[in-house]
Ligand binder design. Structure first.
Ligand code: UDP
Length: 327
C-alpha cells in the first residue's frame, strides 16, 4: 500500500484530497495543527485503519516513521481574512514549512506536490493567466504575506529539485469551492451563501466588476491527482476558466437561494485582483484534464451542504469581521 502524507489535511482541500487518496487505495497520514482546519472535515475517515491523524505544526521539524511515497503540502491559511489575522503563520507555513516538507521528501525519497496559487500572479496584467506570466504582486500590501510566501515556496521547491533531485510537482490553484469551505472564512462564496441564509444583504466589495473563475472541488482534486502522477516539474494551473464578475456571482446566489435581499456595495479591499481566469492549456495537454462540473451544478451541491449545517453554525459571528479587510 502506497503511503501519502497530506499537510493541512483537516482543511477544505486537504480533507477532499484525503478522501481521494483513501478511495484510490493509499495509506494516508493526515497532518494539521488545526489553526484554520477542522477535525469535522475528516471525522468520517478517523475510524479507517489506513488513515492516521497527527496534530503537528509543519513549521517545526516533521518526523514520520518508516517509508513515504508521496507528500502533498496543503497546509496554509488561504483566505484574505485569515492571512490578515495571522500573517506570520501564513509566511512561515509556506517558507519554513515547505523547507521541512522538502527535507522530509529528500530523506524519504518521496515525490512531493506543493499547493501554490493564482495569487502568485497578483493583480494580473495578462489575462487569462498562463504559467509563463510572472505576476504583479505587491510584497508589502495586505496579500503580500500569502503571495510572497507561495512564490518562495515555488522557488525553494525548484531549488530542491535542481540541487537534490527531489521529485517535485507544483500546482497553481485558482478559486475553488464546494462542501467543507468554512462558512465564516470571509471568502466570497461562503459569505454570500451565509448572508442569503441569514436573511442579510449580500456584501459585494467595490462595484462587483472584478472577476473570478470558480472551480468545483472534485474537478480540482482530479487535476491535482493527475499532476502528481505525471512527470511534469514546472507549475501547472488547475482551475475552471468559466469567468464571472462578482456582481453576477452575487445575483446567481440570490437566484439559487431564492433570497429576497439585495447586493450592497462595501469598499473594495486594497490590492484585490481585478480579474482572474486560468489559462489551462497546459493541464489539458499534459494531463488530459479539464473541469467537468459547471457552476450551476457545483453551487447547488454546495448550497445543500451549507443548508445542512446546524442552525447555530450559521450565526457564529467571530470570524465575520469583514470590515477588517477594508482597513
Ligand atoms: N468579495 C466580495 N464580498 C465578500 C467577500 C469577497 O465581494 O463578502 C469579493 C472580493 O473582493 C474578491 C472576490 O470576491 O474580489 C473573491 O474574494 P475571495 O476572498 O473569495 O477570494 P480571492 O480574492 O482570494 O480570489
Amino acid at each position: 500500500m502506497k503511503k501519502v502524507l497530506i499537510t493541512g489535511a483537516a482543511g477544505f482541500l486537504g480533507s477532499h484530497l484525503s478522501d481521494k487518496f483513501i478511495k484510490e487505495g493509499y495509506h494516508v497520514i493526515a497532518m494539521d495543527n488545526l489553526i484554520t482546519g477542522d477535525m469535522r472535515n475528516i471525522e468520517h475517515l478517523m475510524k479507517l485503519k489506513q488513515f492516521e491523524f497527527i496534530n503537528h505544526d509543519v513549521t517545526k521539524h516533521i518526523h514520520i516513521e518508516g517509508e513515504l511515497d508521496y507528500i502533498m503540502h496543503f497546509a496554509s491559511p488561504a483566505s484574505p481574512i485569515d492571512y490578515l489575522k495571522i500573517p506570520i503563520q501564513t509566511l512561515k507555513v509556506s517558507s519554513l514549512g515547505t523547507h521541512n516538507v522538502l527535507g522530509l521528501a529528500r530523506v524519504k525519497k518521496a515525490r512531493v506536490l506543493v499547493a501554490s496559487t493564482s495569487e502568485v500572479y497578483g493583480d494580473p496584467n495578462v489575462h487569462p493567466q498562463p504559467e509563463e506570466y510572472w505576476g504583479n504582486v505587491n510584497p508589502v500590501g495586505p496579500r503580500g504575506c500569502y503571495d510572497e510566501a507561495k512564490r518562495f515556496m515555488e522557488a525553494i521547491t525548484m531549488a530542491y529539485h535542481n540541487t537534490h533531485a527531489v521529485e517535485t510537482r507544483i500546482v497553481r490553484i485558482f478559486n475553488t469551492y464546494g462542501p467543507r469551505m468554512r462558512l465564516n472564512d470571509g471568502r466570497v462564496l461562503p459569505a454570500f451563501i451565509g448572508q442569503a441564509l441569514r436573511g442579510e444583504d449580500l456584501t459585494m466589495f467595490g462595484d462587483g466588476s472584478q472577476t473570478r473563475s470558480f472551480c468545483y472541488v472534485s474537478d480540482l482534486v482530479d487535476g491535482i491527482y493527475k499532476l502528481l502522477l505525471s512527470d511534469y516539474v514546472l507549475p501547472v494551473n488547475i482551475g475552471n476558466p468559466s469567468e464571472i464578475t462578482i456582481k453576477e456571482f452575487g445575483e446567481e446566489i440570490l437566484k439559487l437561494t431564492g433570497a429576497k435581499q439585495k447586493l450592497i456595495s462595501l469598499a473594495l479591499p486594497k490590492d484585490d485582483p481585478k480579474q482572474r481566469q486560468p489559462d489551462i492549456t497546459k493541464a489539458k495537454a499534459l494531463l488530459g484534464w479539464e473541469p467537468k462540473v459547471n457552476r450551476a451544478e457545483g453551487l447547488k451541491i454546495t448550497y445543500e451542504y451549507f443548508k445542512s449545517l446546524p442552525h447555530e453554525e450559521l450565526f457564529k459571528t467571530e470570524h465575520r469581521d469583514l470590515e477588517k479587510l477594508n482597513k
